[in-house]
Design a protein around this ligand. Structure first.
Ligand SMILES: [Mg+2]
Length: 361
């Protein structure tokens, strides 16, 4: 069993702006797990802000894992993954690269899609497309472009930059009044038939912004993601109690452990899971199933990812209430081909493994 890695850089079609960052390049680590001439592909697309990882830390983890898997046979891989997920703290995005490569390899060796390992059927679901945080007219133009391309569900990035002096009132409080303006401009541009969700990416200040949810509900917004900072679990629970919109936790929930933690803090609403936060397919399935047991809505989101990550996520569509899987659709130079939004819909791949291949083999 040979595990190797390669760091790649990809670029979005347009700068990717949210409340806390603006990016025009992304660094991913591609993992290749090879056995008997068959190669399983995995990906880490790290976010230092969310999990504390970067390509260097992912590389160190995969170098360690390469030594561990070297003597193993295929039948020992899932046991090794359980050890990695249960006994190693942190590093979820690095674990995801390994986890995806294992699932791709095992699926290919067995001739089944990776989702078959969890008795999950194929599914097809509408996914939102992300509109970057910007001036209202710029967001309206981007949204109109997506709707003209067939998308009927959009996720608007809201919230002012917490670190910028701009966007704060005289007392230093972050002002979010323009967020209503942004959503109104988009609604006017796309009409009533398009589903709108919003994501504050921790950029709202808390209880004072609950009033915003009433204005956004009037504009037909379906849900709001992560209004408050990730550590403020009680604040999130309080916000959700007062909110006129369903609240989905994102930065506050990485895995099944966090799902329990949110529930114990009294949070009710939904969770936005990601393979890159949970640690890959195996822990994401566990987190999604536990969240459903606790009555949470389940959305699967993504980082900006190549088709490896999105094809992995597309294995889990049967578990979802909402999908936000546009990570590869945002890239202009994805080196892989696999599951991908088609006019706003995403479908589980039928091919064995994750259903992804290099664009230029
Ligand atoms: Mg989010």
């Amino acid at each position: 069993m040979r595990l190797s890695r390669e760091t790649i850089e990809t670029h979005p079609k347009r700068a990717f702006k949210i409340a806390v960052s603006s990016r025009d390049a992304f660094t991913m680590v591609v993992a290749r797990l090879e056995h008997a001439g068959v190669v399983g592909l995995g990906e880490a697309s790290p976010s230092k802000r969310v999990t504390g990882e970067d390509a260097t830390s992912v590389g160190h983890f995969l170098d360690w894992a390469a030594k561990e898997v070297e003597p193993l046979g295929p039948d020992e891989l899932l046991g090794f993954l359980d050890h990695v997920h249960d006994d190693i703290c942190g590093n979820p995005t690095a674990r995801c690269a390994l986890d995806l490569a294992v699932h791709d390899l095992l699926g290919k060796l067995r001739g089944v899609p990776a989702r078959a390992l969890y008795d999950l059927p194929a599914a097809r679901i509408e996914s939102s497309m992300t509109v970057s945080l910007d001036e209202p007219d710029v967001m309206a133009a981007e949204a109109r472009g997506y709707v003209e391309a067939g998308h009927r569900a959009l996720k608007l990035k809201l919230g002012e930059a917490r670190s910028a002096s701009e966007g704060r009132d005289a007392s230093g409080r972050v002002t979010t009044a323009r967020d209503v303006e942004r959503v109104r401009a988009v609604r006017d541009a796309v009409g009533a038939g398009v589903r709108l969700r919003v994501d504050a990416n921790t950029g709202w200040t808390g209880a004072g912004d609950v009033a915003l949810t009433r204005a956004l509900a009037d504009l037909g917004v379906e849900l709001v993601e992560q209004p408050v900072p990730p550590a403020d679990v009680r604040g999130l629970a309080a916000f959700a109690r007062e909110s006129a919109l369903p609240v989905y936790a994102d930065e506050a929930v990485l895995d099944a452990f966090d799902v329990e933690r949110l529930h114990q803090a009294g949070f009710r609403g939904g969770v936005n899971l990601k393979l890159m936060k949970a640690g890959g397919l195996r822990p994401a399935v566990r987190a999604a199933r536990r969240a459903k047991e606790l009555g949470y809505g389940v959305q699967l989101g993504c980082n900006v990812e190549t088709s490896i990550g999105i094809s992995g996520a597309a294995q889990l569509l049967a578990l979802l209430d909402h999908a936000d899987l546009d990570g590869n659709a945002l890239l202009r130079d994805d080196p892989f081909v696999g599951a991908r939004l088609e006019r706003g819909w995403i479908e589980s791949p039928r091919a064995s493994g994750l259903g992804v291949a290099p664009r230029f083999p």
